[in-house]
Design a protein around this ligand. Structure first.
Ligand SMILES: Nc1ncnc2c1ncn2[C@@H]1O[C@H](COP(=O)(O)OP(=O)(O)O)[C@@H](O)[C@H]1O
Ligand SMILES: CC(C)(COP(=O)(O)O)[C@@H](O)C(=O)NCCC(=O)O
Ligand SMILES: [K+]
Length: 244
């Protein structure tokens, strides 16, 4: 069994896999990392490997305490992945984006793939049908947009997500909800349309904390899988074992 851990900039997510089947999913905060992983390893005694992708400020050292119980695999840009990395700065490419590209390559062979991860940031990653990773885009995620409006203005309140009633907001909160939520949806639909002008066929994988919310609202119909990064971690680990 494998325990996969995704340390994002907002939350930590985890899943226990037996071969390709996820047995249980977890979400937790940085401050409970050690306690929660201990509990998971106690519950699932057959876990032999702990596989981590971290873009947050939790490094490899935080996982070494588990080294005597399981084999710790802290993925980095130096590991082997199933695609050719064409990013001009491969060393600065986020490990979460690398793992998403890897999962897309392994799970959807011989086709163009666009992965959209709506988390703290929205990341777009494109792997073409010849398994070239081309790059994509990074923009602020939903909660970051609300926080930025409040933090960098004198008058705007800190709001949390609310469904905009109309696109012409007729109060400050309505205008902010329209700007943030509609802007978020329009951006993603706009990017997808842009890719459609350049590529005849590609599959779209939508993931991240806001994936389910988004899937219902996009003009482009897309199947959302909130667990794609955790599944990709498991697949990338199997790939690494077979190719190292
Ligand atoms: N319980 C929650 N706590 C925090 N963010 C949440 C929650 N539920 C949904 N979200 C949304 O999910 C986003 C974070 O997604 P996630 O994929 O967990 O981010 P990351 O991988 O960057 O840590 C936030 O921007 C927020 O809009
Ligand atoms: C863009 C990100 C901050 C996204 O992080 P997340 O929203 O998943 O928490 C992360 O992938 C990162 O730190 N990337 C490094 C820069 C790059 O990918 O080019
Ligand atoms: K992201």
């Amino acid at each position: 069994m494998v325990l996969t851990i995704d340390v994002g900039n907002t939350r930590i997510k985890g899943a226990v896999f037996e071969n390709n089947t996820a047995l249980e999913f977890f979400v937790f905060d940085k401050n409970e990392l050690e306690k929660r992983i201990k509990n998971i390893l106690n519950k699932f005694e057959k876990v032999t490997d702990l596989v981590v992708a971290s873009v947050g400020n939790i490094g490899k050292d935080s996982f070494l305490v588990f080294n005597n119980v399981v084999n710790v695999c802290f993925l980095t840009n130096e590991d082997c992945f199933p695609f050719k990395n064409k990013y001009a700065t491969p060393k600065t490419l986020g490990i979460d984006r690398i793992v998403l590209a890897s999962g897309a390559t392994l799970q959807y062979p011989n086709q163009n793939r666009l992965v959209i991860d709506a988390g703290t940031c929205i990341t777009y990653d494109f792997v073409d049908e010849n398994d070239n990773y081309l790059g994509g885009a990074i923009s602020p995620g939903l909660r970051l947009r609300y926080e930025a409006l409040h933090n960098y203005t004198a008058k705007l309140p800190l709001l949390t997500f609310e469904e905009p009633e109309r696109y012409i907001g007729n109060s400050t909160p309505e205008s902010m909800h329209s700007g943030v939520v509609n802007g978020f949806v329009y951006e993603i639909d706009g990017f997808i349309d842009q890719y459609k002008t350049d590529y005849l066929n590609f599959i779209i994988i939508l993931t991240g904390g806001d994936a389910l919310f988004l899937a219902k609202r996009l003009k482009n119909t897309i199947f959302a899988n909130s667990n794609f990064l955790l599944e990709s971690l498991n697949q990338t680990f199997q790939y690494k074992i077979n190719n190292d």
